[in-house]
Design a protein around this ligand. Structure first.
Ligand SMILES: Nc1ncnc2c1ncn2[C@@H]1O[C@H](COP(=O)(O)OP(=O)(O)OP(=O)(O)O)[C@@H](O)[C@H]1O
Ligand SMILES: [Mg+2]
Length: 266
């Protein structure tokens, strides 16, 4: 990948949750850089602070110390340059059709144009749900809902697509299809992607860089370059998956159940 200035820089980020007198350090001393058009994956046992980090990048969660920058500026609030897709299937507005959900997002982010309807159709087409434009969310399968959520995020033309385990609740076949489609979307749009997953296979397949976290508090175990590895049948892929598995498994003593869940969700 060409040498580019980072889009996101995390410099010794710390996130502390305060509840009354209690303070809980969820993320400690996390540093990384995400370049434009990169697919950056975060993996680690449950509770290691992945979602906390993603929320901080989205601008929902203030950091307690360190620096979190987008294009050199401190992230202080959410914005349409960073759209988020969550794991939850219920992120669409239930009283609006698929098309209306997207037009609505264009309206509230101030990106609506006279062509909003056509734009909505373009992005729905990109994620393969153009046949369902006039359906309501309750009429869609989980996979279709996630596709619409991705289309809605993309329609706003964010610089970064933030995805928090977007395929975790899908069946294996749909999940594999959506991983493939996310790669195609990335090729078509060049959007920078930051994706959280529990799946080692997903991390190696989708990621250019994989940030492996260890828990309590969440810190960086290693940042692994997986740019050259995308053939899932190659020896390199298997070796990389084994490397990530060993990085994650090494922490099983401190979070046995979660680490096991990570390993067996393959
Ligand atoms: N709003 C909050 N207030 C207090 N503690 C929180 C809050 N959000 C998260 N935490 C705690 O911070 C830690 C990290 O949570 P986070 O959701 O970031 O983990 P995660 O890596 O995304 O886990 P999972 O894989 O289960 O989604 C957990 O111990 C969690 O209980
Ligand atoms: Mg999470």
């Amino acid at each position: 990948m060409a040498k580019l200035e980072p889009l996101i820089i995390a410099n010794s980020v710390q996130i502390i949750y305060k509840e009354g007198k209690h303070r809980f350090t969820a993320v400690e001393d996390v540093s990384f850089a995400v370049k434009p058009k990169e697919k950056f994956v975060i993996i680690g046992p449950s509770g290691c602070g992945k979602s906390s980090l993603l929320k901080a990048i989205a601008g929902f969660q203030p950091i307690s110390s360190g620096e979190l920058l987008m294009k050199g500026k401190k992230i202080t609030s959410p914005g349409p340059d960073r759209m988020v897709v969550f794991q939850d299937f219920e992120q669409l507005l239930p009283w609006q059709t698929v098309r209306q959900n997207i037009v609505y997002a264009l309206n509230i982010t101030g990106k609506a144009a006279s062509t909003a309807n056509e734009e909505a159709l373009h992005y729905l087409n990109l994620v393969g749900v153009s046949a369902a434009v006039d359906k309501y969310p309750h009429q869609l399968s989980g996979g279709m809902k996630q596709r619409v959520a991705i289309a809605r995020a993309l329609a706003v033309k964010p610089q970064i697509l933030l995805m928090d385990e977007p395929f975790a609740a899908l069946d294996a076949l749909t999940r594999t299809q959506l991983q493939y489609e996310v790669n195609a979307i990335w090729q078509n749009t060049g959007v920078t992607i930051i994706l959280i997953t529990h799946s080692i296979q997903e991390a190696v397949y989708l990621g250019h860089q994989v940030l492996v976290m260890r828990p309590v508090p969440g810190t960086v175990k290693e940042i692994v370059d997986t740019t050259q590895i995308d053939d899932i049948n190659s020896k390199e892929f298997a070796n990389m998956a084994a490397h990530l598995r060993s990085l994650l498994g090494a922490d099983s003593r401190s979070d046995t159940k979660s680490a096991k869940e990570v390993l067996f969700q393959e």
